[in-house]
Design a binder for this molecule. Sequence first.
Ligand code: NAD
Ligand code: ZN
Ligand code: ZN
Length: 412
Amino acid sequence: MKAVVFHDIGDIRLDTVADPTIEQPTDAIVRLTSSAICGTDLHMIRGTLGGMQPGTVLGHEGVGIVEEVGRGVRNLRRGARVLIPSTISCGACSYCRAGYTAQCDTANPNGAQAGTAFFGGPASTGPFNGLQAQYARTPLAGASLVPLPDDVDDDRAILLSDIFPTGYFGAQLAEVRPGNVVVVYGAGPVGLFAIASARLMGAGRIFSVDRVASRLDMARTMGAEAVNFDEEDPVEALMELTGGIGADRVIDAVGVDAVRAGNGGNGANGVDGVNGVDGVDGKSARFDEEVQEITQGRGAQNGAWQPGNGPSQVLQWALKTVAKAGTIGVIGVYPPNDRFFPIGEAMNRNLTLKLGNCNHRTIVPKLVEIVREGAFDPLGVLTHREPLMNVLDAYRAFDAREPGWIKVKLEP
Ligand SMILES: NC(=O)c1ccc[n+]([C@@H]2O[C@H](COP(=O)([O-])OP(=O)(O)OC[C@H]3O[C@@H](n4cnc5c(N)ncnc54)[C@H](O)[C@@H]3O)[C@@H](O)[C@H]2O)c1
Ligand SMILES: [Zn+2]
Ligand SMILES: [Zn+2]
């Protein structure tokens, strides 16, 4: 079969690999009808989320048809149409029963303390071959896969595999309540669904911070007020717009590849931008140290796949724009070796910080119903549909944040 394979930082290829087979009685083999490219894939290719095993098939978003099931799968048969949640969970351990399916005790072969198991990720997450492929082996299939109703089509269902539930999880972590003022950093696909979710939870006002005009336009159409951090100081702007109080709830939907302020719009990810103002107080040197420590100098070169140049930028802004005693929800991914969080500032303002990987299996069924009933239509976020043959070009456009490239569905 054809699959997108991780070879090295900055080196992914569309290869021909062996078809997956049933390895455990709880496995299913799914023929993918849709997959997608995600910001999390970019961290791995840029080298900011390390530990990838060469040869791993990438991708953790999928919809497909069950081809074959092991004898331990009792609820699905060949031919069933299913959504594959990004994270894998058993449904039987105490964490799964309590809804913390991203912290399942049994899904990760590295052991109960190893953390989240997901498709197409670093060695510490499995590793499991991913879903940017024609077929996939899905472990713990009976508990993990979500059967899809016919009236939720693939274009919508693929958005429910990871990014909509993650945005929803971000709004849950941030404890969004009716009337709240919410700031969402990042207007990528995940940030946009955090905006949509905050709205579903009754937020009063929602601000969206990014620097990509087409993404901020989309945020506006989803009901947010836009702040472009290349054009103004986002901290000053947000404090002014919130009556000097700040936001009750802040969501970080950016993660480790955050771009620092003051880049003036240069370069795909602003890496070749001007350090100007930041340089004066030594902030840019500190950001450089963060990047160096996180990537250990392995960041990709040649313009593409550039790591963000301000890993803690969003966390710093989040602390400065959240109201006293407010809550910050972090869904942006940070690697285990990232230790840059301004804890003193958070402590002294009585903040609540909640973070983590989305408990997909707990959230997805509810969102499938919301979409089926038509209470919210996620389709607007899907901007591109590409055959798997075009995947490398699609990856480059998404990595470079080309105008209008927000979410890419792949058709294997
Ligand atoms: N926690 C989870 O379970 C989970 C699941 C899926 C994705 N994620 C993470 O969510 C994050 C977003 O994913 P995505 O697919 O939307 O990625 P993306 O790369 O498409 O979007 C990130 C956006 O952040 C913007 N950005 C960069 N620096 C910024 C800054 N300083 N302030 C504000 N915005 C800034 C970029 O311009 C971009 O639009 C990633 O870190 C991804 O790994 C987490
Ligand atoms: Zn994803
Ligand atoms: Zn479990």
